[in-house]
Design a protein around this ligand. Structure first.
Ligand code: PEP
Length: 257
């Protein structure tokens, strides 16, 4: 982390878990850990129906709320879709775009991810853009090329002002939900590749300010050494974010406690 230029962020991704009735107990358990938010921004990306309740429940512990996906369209005849303006209206500040589960299970392409990034920015949501390689791609040694292509496509055609809103998450697909995280050295190498993509596209000042998170089996035990890397500015945490005590320990690690 480089707190001089970037405020660390610990983001949780609840995926398709949790109910509205569980929000209060979670917020009560997390509260002592999340105040003050001066040194670390905390975000929970919750299922869309939980966004309004989460925005209310987490307000007093200064945890921002995000969605996990959005439609590339702002409104219209798209049954079952949820638009960026709807998430914003419900209290979301951020939205995950291009998570590997959406790419793999719902066929999201790089072009669609780019349209969703633009749809998010258009309504004032800050996108958390996910990129990462599969195990097969890692074995082939193409990680750097692949994440470069993914990120270049995702951020194509933005203004500098828009690019400043982005958060990037490096999430090796093989590390998600498996209990096997990447090594701090490997993560740092990829994060510096991603920062270079932002630098080449939007300039040094934007690159210096862009937060790059690591995601993939980050937990309360490995968070400190992952977060110690200079280009890793936080974490995108799946499984461990469902447990407020573990999530609180990861937040503490981001604060250097
Ligand atoms: C994720 O879903 O983005 C993720 C990183 O999950 P986990 O922490 O469970 O690997």
């Amino acid at each position: 982390m480089n707190p001089r230029y970037r405020k660390p962020m610990i983001a949780g991704n609840w995926k398709m878990n949790m109910l509205a009735s569980e929000l209060k107990a979670y917020a009560d358990a997390l509260k002592p850990a999340s105040v003050p938010a001066k040194w670390c921004e905390t975000l929970l990306c919750v299922p869309a129906p939980l966004v309004p309740g989460a925005a209310r429940a987490f307000k007093s512990c200064r945890v921002a709320v995000g969605g996990q996906n959005l439609s590339e369209y702002a409104s219209g005849a798209y049954t079952g879709e949820i638009s960026g303006p709807m998430l914003r209206d419900a209290g979301a500040e951020y939205v995950i775009v291009g998570h590997s589960e959406r790419r793999a299970m719902f066929g999201e392409t790089d072009e669609e991810v780019n349209r969703k990034v633009k749809a998010a920015l258009d309504c004032g949501l800050k996108p958390v853009i996910c990129v990462g390689e599969t195990r097969a791609q890692k074995m082939l040694g193409v990680t750097a090329e692949l994440v470069t292509l993914q990120l270049r496509a995702a951020v194509s055609g933005l203004t500098v002002r828009e690019a400043k809103q982005l958060v990037v998450a490096y999430e090796p697909v093989w590390a998600i939900g498996t209990g096997m995280s990447s090594t701090p050295e490997e993560v740092e190498q990829v994060a510096s590749v991603l920062r270079a993509v932002i630098r080449r596209t939007y300039g040094a000042a934007v690159a210096r300010g862009t937060r790059i998170l690591y995601g993939g089996s980050m937990n309360e035990k490995n968070a400190s050494e992952l977060l110690a890397q200079p280009d890793i500015d936080g974490g995108l945490v799946g499984g461990a974010s469902l447990h407020p005590d573990k999530f609180a320990q990861i937040i503490a690690a981001a604060r250097g406690e």
